[in-house]
Design a binder for this molecule. Structure first.
Ligand SMILES: [Zn+2]
Length: 523
C-alpha cells in the first residue's frame, strides 16, 4: 500500500496525488472508506477493488473536506448525502470526476468516479468488436429509423458503446437530441438533456418534448419503464432513429423483456432494428501473458462451441509485471450483435414460443457472447476464467446440441464455481505495486475547472474569510488547484494560508453547525 507522509506533505498535495495516481493506473473509482480509526482508500481497476492507502484518524476530516471542496460540495454539511464534480485535464486527456458523499456511522464515505472518455472517442473499432460485428452495426446505423438497443448489466460498458455509435452518426446534417441520467459526456453538436425525476423531468416527459424539436436521432439513456418503451417505439416508427440501452443479458432476453412491457407487439416488431449485447472481460497483459495447456473442461467447451481441438491457450501471469495489474491491463468488450430480420419481426408480432424465437435469434449467423469471448481467448486477448465470469455458460451452451450436455454442464458448472472462488481469493490480495513515477508534465493534471452543483456563493463565503491570496476565481467564482505548482502559474491554487481564522463565518446551510467544524478546514 502507498504511504503518505502526512507530517510533511500538505493535504492538498496528497489529495492531488491520490487522484493523479488513480487516473494513471486507469482506475474507475476511488473510495474513501471511513472506519472508527482511520479512512481506508481503495481504488477500482478493471472492475476489481483493491486497497491503496490509509489516512490516519488525525487527517480524516481534512482529507474528506478537501475532496468535497474541490468537487464544489458544501464542506459544512456532513449529515446529508451530496454530489459534486471535478472537471480536469491530464495532458491531452479530458477527465470528468463525479464525487459523491454518504454519511455512514463512522463518518462520510466519499467515492470519486473517474469517467474516462478517451475510449468513447476512439471509435467502435477500439472497443474490441470483430469486423463482422462492426459490419452489422453499420448496417443498423444506415437505416434512417428503427431502434438500436445496447444491452448489458451496469458497468458493462454500454455507455461507451452508445457514445461511440452516436459519434459515428453525429454529422452536420442531423439533429441529435439525448435524454440521459446522468449526462456522462458532453459531445459537440449534440443536444443533451439531463433527466431529473425529482422535479418531474422524467425520460418520458423529456421525450415528449424532444419529439416537438424535429429530431432525426434520439438517444434515450435507458429504457426503464413501459411508458419510455412505448414512446421509443412510436418515435421510431414515425421516422426517427432511436438509440437506447436496456438492462438485459443478451439479444433473446432483450426481445422477451420488451414484449413483456406494455408495448404493442406489431409496432415493436416493426421498430426494432438491432440489438448489441455486451459484457466486459479483463484484457491479458501483452507483456507477460503465459501460454499453458488447456484443461479437460476447457477442451470440452472449445470442442462444443467451435468443434475444434484446442490444446493451448494464453492465461494471466498472476504475479503481473510493470505494465499490468496481476497479469491484466484494461478491459475488452464481448459482443453479441443481432440484426433483426423479417422472421424475427414476424415472431415478435405473432408472439411465438421462446424456443422458436431462440432458434431464429441464434440462427448460425449470430455470434453469441460465448463465441465472441472464446474467440478472444483463442486470440490471446483475454483468459478462459474471464469468460467464465462474464458469460452464462449454462444458458449459452444450450444452443450447442450434444448428447451428453447434462453431464458436461455439471463439470463446467463445478469448474466455474471453483474458478470463481479462486478469483475472489485473488482479489483479496490487496497490494498494489507503486509505479515508478516520472515527473512528467504531460501526466499532471494542469487545468481543473469545477462544476459546482451546490450553491457556489456559500463556498466562497467560507474561503473569502480566510487568506486566499493565490486563488484565482473562474466563472463559477471558484477555483481548484493544479497538480503542478512549478510550471503552471495560470490558474494555480496554492495551499491557502489558513492558519488562524479570526472570525468564523456563519455556516451557510445549517446555522447550528458547531464552530469547531471550520477549524478542521485549517490546511
Ligand atoms: Zn504484465
Amino acid at each position: 500500500m502507498k504511504e503518505f507522509d502526512f507530517e510533511k506533505m500538505p493535504i492538498v498535495e496528497i489529495a492531488n496525488e491520490i487522484i493523479t495516481d488513480a487516473v494513471k493506473k486507469n482506475a474507475s473509482d476511488i473510495h474513501f472508506d471511513p472506519s472508527k480509526d482511520d479512512v481506508k482508500i481503495r481504488i477500482r481497476i478493471d472492475g476489481i477493488l483493491s486497497d491503496y492507502s490509509i489516512i490516519p484518524a488525525k487527517y480524516k476530516r481534512n482529507m474528506i473536506s478537501r475532496i468535497k471542496m474541490i468537487a464544489g460540495m458544501n464542506i459544512m454539511e456532513t449529515r446529508l448525502p451530496q454530489d459534486g464534480a471535478i472537471k480536469s485535464r491530464m495532458g491531452k486527456k479530458m477527465l470528468d470526476l463525479r464525487v459523491s458523499s454518504l454519511p455512514t456511522n463512522n463518518g462520510e464515505k466519499v467515492v470519486i468516479r473517474i469517467l474516462d472518455y478517451s475510449k468513447s472517442l476512439q471509435g467502435l473499432e477500439a472497443l474490441g468488436l470483430s469486423d463482422a460485428a462492426i459490419e452489422k452495426i453499420e448496417k443498423m446505423i444506415k437505416v434512417p429509423n428503427g431502434i438500436i438497443l445496447v444491452t448489458g448489466a451496469t458497468g458493462s460498458g454500454k455507455s461507451t458503446t452508445v457514445y461511440s455509435i452516436l459519434q459515428k452518426m453525429n454529422t452536420d446534417d442531423v439533429n441529435i437530441i439525448t435524454v440521459e441520467d446522468p449526462v456522462e459526456m458532453d459531445i459537440l453538436g449534440i443536444n443533451q438533456v439531463q433527466a431529473q425525476a425529482e422535479i418531474g423531468l422524467t425520460f418520458a416527459t423529456v421525450l415528449r418534448s424532444i419529439l416537438r424539436q424535429d429530431p432525426d436521432i434520439i438517444m434515450i439513456g435507458e429504457i426503464r419503464d413501459d411508458e419510455t418503451a412505448r414512446i421509443a417505439v412510436r418515435a421510431s416508427i414515425t421516422g426517427h432513429k432511436v438509440l437506447s440501452t436496456i438492462h438485459t443479458n443478451n439479444s433473446l432476453n432483450t426481445i422477451e423483456r420488451l414484449t413483456d412491457m406494455e408495448v404493442e407487439r406489431y409496432l415493436l416488431g416493426t421498430a426494432l432494428e438491432g440489438i448489441i449485447s455486451q459484457k466486459l472481460a479483463r484484457r491479458l497483459c501483452t507483456h507477460c501473458k503465459v501460454l499453458r495447456k488447456t484443461s479437460d473442461y476447457e477442451k470440452d467447451v472449445f470442442k462444443r462451441v467451435f468443434n475444434k481441438d484446442v490444446d493451448e491457450i494464453y492465461d494471466a501471469n498472476q504475479d503481473g509485471c510493470e505494465h499490468c495489474f496481476r497479469g491484466y491491463s484494461g478491459r475488452i468488450g464481448l459482443y453479441e450483435v443481432l440484426n433483426i430480420n423479417d422472421d424475427i419481426r414476424d415472431a415478435i408480432t405473432n408472439n411465438i414460443k421462446k424456443t422458436e424465437l431462440r432458434k431464429l435469434v441464434y440462427d448460425g449467423n449470430t455470434i453469441t457472447l460465448l463465441e465472441d469471448g472464446l474467440q478472444k481467448v483463442l486470440d490471446g486477448l483475454t483468459s478462459f476464467s474471464e469468460i467464465l465470469k462474464a458469460v452464462d455458460l449454462e444458458n449459452d451452451l444450450e444452443t450447442y446440441e450434444e448428447d451428453n450436455l447434462k453431464t458436461s454442464m455439471d463439470t463446467i458448472e463445478e469448474n466455474k464455481h471453483s474458478e470463481e472462488e479462486k478469483t475472489i481469493h485473488k482479489s483479496e490480495i490487496t497490494e498494489i505495486k507503486d509505479e515508478s513515477e516520472q515527473e512528467n508534465n504531460e501526466e499532471k493534471i494542469d487545468i481543473v475547472t469545477p462544476v459546482i452543483e451546490s450553491e457556489p456563493e456559500e463556498n466562497i463565503n467560507i474561503t473569502t474569510n480566510l487568506e486566499t491570496t493565490n486563488i484565482q476565481e473562474n466563472n463559477n467564482g471558484f477555483s481548484i488547484p493544479t497538480l503542478n505548482n512549478e510550471n503552471n502559474n495560470d490558474n494555480v491554487f496554492e495551499v491557502p494560508k489558513m492558519e488562524k481564522v479570526d472570525e468564523i463565518p456563519p455556516a451557510p446551510v445549517i446555522n447550528e453547525t458547531p464552530k469547531q467544524d471550520l477549524e478542521y478546514f485549517n490546511f
